[in-house]
Design a protein around this ligand. Structure first.
Ligand code: NAD
Length: 294
């Protein structure tokens, strides 16, 4: 590949995504706020570790960000020694984090003023599909920029769906996670009702998966992370609560009444408060269990 790429935020998702790029032969530069993390990546996987985001930007034609929140993306772009301090003319910033659409649109204007282009390309599929390069990628931005970044995105995902202008992919991602969070929680409640009635939870999951109640949580999450008591999917509870806040924010901005979504967000947020920091999102089941007294 001709384009030199950089990836900022080599955490649960960013590490395997950057690894896919390196394995495909891209010249990859990485940066992370955790000291030593980028050097560890360079040593274990390959590529180069940058000392600052500005240095990474100066060495990259395309800069990917995979960071917790839009506020952090802003810091990484506009902060001292940030991406904008080193951006090359025509440089492309691809925010693959799950972010706030309006915030992303403001940042895209700042990047344009600095002579670059910013697009959003958030993902779904979690750590397992990041490892295998099978993420579902949503894309917001100009069609010409998509063609420029497509070879790199194709290393990370199997579907790339353009959904509109910059920021629109972040809206789409939040809506996906709203549906995912709702499906998870209603499934947990169904399992609790069933258990109190006397049904075997493993049988409940099997029957849901053979029936119309099936969803991604019944298929991929309940046995592996909840019934096993492992709670280790690699996607944090705080990040899911953030995504639900984004979805409800869009509902408010657009004047869309969504009482079911509002209750869903409230329950996930209260699990976040009750269970504390550092929890996996699948641990939300513990809150439902506490309420049910099991
Ligand atoms: P993570 O917390 O594991 O990784 C984030 C990384 O960003 C960390 O390594 C952290 O040190 C780094 N970071 C934080 N602040 C920084 C800064 N100022 N400068 C440089 N690096 C900084 O999070 P994750 O699970 O990899 O999620 C990343 C994004 O992807 C989030 O927006 C999340 O909502 C989204 N997402 C996660 C999953 C998942 O399954 N984990 C799936 C889809 C989307």
């Amino acid at each position: 590949p001709q384009e030199r790429v950089g990836l900022i935020g080599i955490g649960s998702m960013g590490w395997p995504m950057a690894a896919r790029l390196a394995q495909a032969g891209f010249a990859v530069t990485v940066f992370d706020a955790v000291p030593g993390q980028a050097a560890k990546f360079a040593q274990e996987v390959g590529g180069q570790a940058a000392a600052t985001c500005a240095e990474l930007a100066a060495q990259s034609d395309i800069i990917f960000t995979m960071l917790p929140t839009s506020a952090i993306v802003e810091q990484v772009l506009n902060g001292e020694q940030g991406v904008l301090a080193g951006l090359r003319p025509g440089g492309v910033v691809v925010d693959m984090s799950s972010g706030v659409p309006a915030h992303t649109q403001r940042l895209a204007q700042a990047v344009a003023t600095a002579g670059g282009v910013m697009v959003d390309a958030p993902v779904s599929g979690g750590v397992p599909r990041a490892r295998t390069g099978e993420l579902a990628i949503m894309y917001g931005g100009p069609a010409a920029t998509l063609e420029r970044v497509r070879p790199a995105l194709s290393c990370m995902g199997t579907t790339i769906t353009p959904v509109g202008e910059v920021g629109s992919a972040h809206a789409m991602k939040a809506l996906n996670n709203l549906v995912s969070a709702g499906g998870f929680l209603i499934g947990v409640e169904a399992m609790l009702i069933g258990q109190q009635f006397g049904l075997d939870p493993n049988v409940i999951v099997d029957v849901l998966n053979a029936s119309t109640g099936m969803n991604n949580s019944t298929q991929k999450k309940f046995k592996q992370f909840v019934l096993s008591r492992q709670f280790n999917s690699g996607f944090g509870l705080d990040l899911m609560v953030k995504d639900l806040g984004i979805a409800l924010g869009i509902a408010t901005d657009t004047g869309t009444p969504t009482p079911f979504a509002a209750l869903c967000r409230e329950l996930w947020a209260s699990a976040g408060k009750t269970l504390g920091k550092g929890q996996d999102h699948t641990a939300v089941a513990r809150l439902s269990e506490q309420l049910a007294g099991v």
